[in-house]
Structure formats: structure tokens, C-alpha cells
Design a binder for this molecule. Structure first.
Ligand code: THU
Length: 162
């Protein structure tokens, strides 16, 4: 009989009454602000991401779509690539993500897509420093905090296979 294995991940849930630290609150605010500048004429799904570096610097990004659909890029990768291209030696400590449908307020909590998880994992391993992922639901004010991108990517693919 094959053995069934199980993978468990830990994450924190902050409800409306739970206070999040001011540094993370600021990062979430930056992600929500970044939603405004998304270029999403095709999906009308506007995503903002904010990356905090170990030196305290915050770099934001938003999704950039294209008439040739697959040429577009998610908010998370726009933010992360921008951050590491400007500060190639500074580890990333956290990323916050939020989204808005159409012209609504940025209330949609967005977990990073698979491709963005893969990109985040690359830098987590490169800098040997965990990247915290913060996802806030703007409606319920619930915040999900995952301490490391590796937790979001079981059976991860990395350079060890090359
Ligand atoms: N999108 C992101 O920017 N981040 C995600 O994590 C999920 C999806 C964007 C890509 C596309 O522009 C739009 O949202 C709809 O998929």
C-alpha cells in the first residue's frame, strides 16, 4: 500500500480586533495605494503589491496588462523585480498584496499566483531570508500572514534540481 503523507502549513489570521504592527500596516497601505495605478483594461482586476526590504525601503508595483495577454505581468512580480533591480544586495523581508474589482475600493484579498510564488521563492532562497506574505481582505479587515513563501509552495522547484 502506498503511504499517504501530509503537508501542513502554519499561517496567522488577524481579525478586525487584532492589532497588526505599524510596519506591516504601512506595507498593506502601500499595496492598497498601488492598486490605483494598475494598468488592467482587459481584466478590470486591479492589483497592488508592496515589497519591504531589510533596509526598510518600500517598493510598490501593480499589474500591467497588454493586448497580447501573456505579455502582461502581475503586481507582485512588477514590485519584486523593481525592488531587486534597484537594490540587488538587500534581502526582501515582506510583501503585501491587495486588489480591486473595477472602480471599487481595494478590498479583494489576493494570494500570489503560482508564477509569483516561484519568483518570490527564488529571492527567499538567494538571500537566505524568509519573505513574509501579507494578504488583507479590505471588507472584513481580516489579514492572513504567511511567514515564508516556501510554505506556499510545497514540492517547490529550485536551482538544486538543475
Ligand atoms: N494578477 C496579479 O497581479 N496578481 C495575482 O496574484 C493574481 C493576478 C493580475 C494578473 C492580471 O492582470 C489580472 O490580475 C487578472 O488575472
Amino acid at each position: 500500500m502506498p503511504k499517504t503523507e501530509e503537508i501542513k502549513i502554519k499561517y496567522k489570521v488577524f481579525n478586525r480586533s487584532d492589532k497588526i504592527n505599524t510596519t506591516d500596516e504601512l506595507l498593506l497601505k502601500n499595496a492598497e495605494n498601488a492598486v490605483k495605478n494598475a494598468y488592467a483594461p482587459y481584466s478590470d482586476f486591479h492589483v497592488g503589491a508592496a515589497v519591504r526590504l531589510k533596509n526598510g525601503k518600500i517598493v510598490t508595483g501593480n499589474n500591467q496588462e497588454n493586448a497580447a495577454y501573456s505579455s502582461g505581468l502581475c503586481a507582485e512580480r512588477v514590485a519584486v523585480f523593481s525592488a531587486v533591480s534597484q537594490f540587488p544586495t538587500i534581502p526582501i523581508s515582506a510583501i503585501a498584496i491587495c486588489a480591486a474589482k473595477g472602480k471599487q475600493k481595494p478590498t479583494v484579498p489576493v494570494p500570489p499566483c503560482g508564477a509569483c510564488r516561484q519568483v518570490l521563492l527564488e529571492y527567499e532562497e538567494y538571500f537566505k531570508s524568509p519573505i513574509k506574505v501579507l494578504i488583507r481582505n479590505g471588507k472584513t479587515k481580516k489579514i492572513i500572514v504567511i511567514d515564508s513563501v516556501a510554505d506556499l509552495l510545497p514540492f517547490k522547484f529550485n536551482k538544486s534540481f538543475l
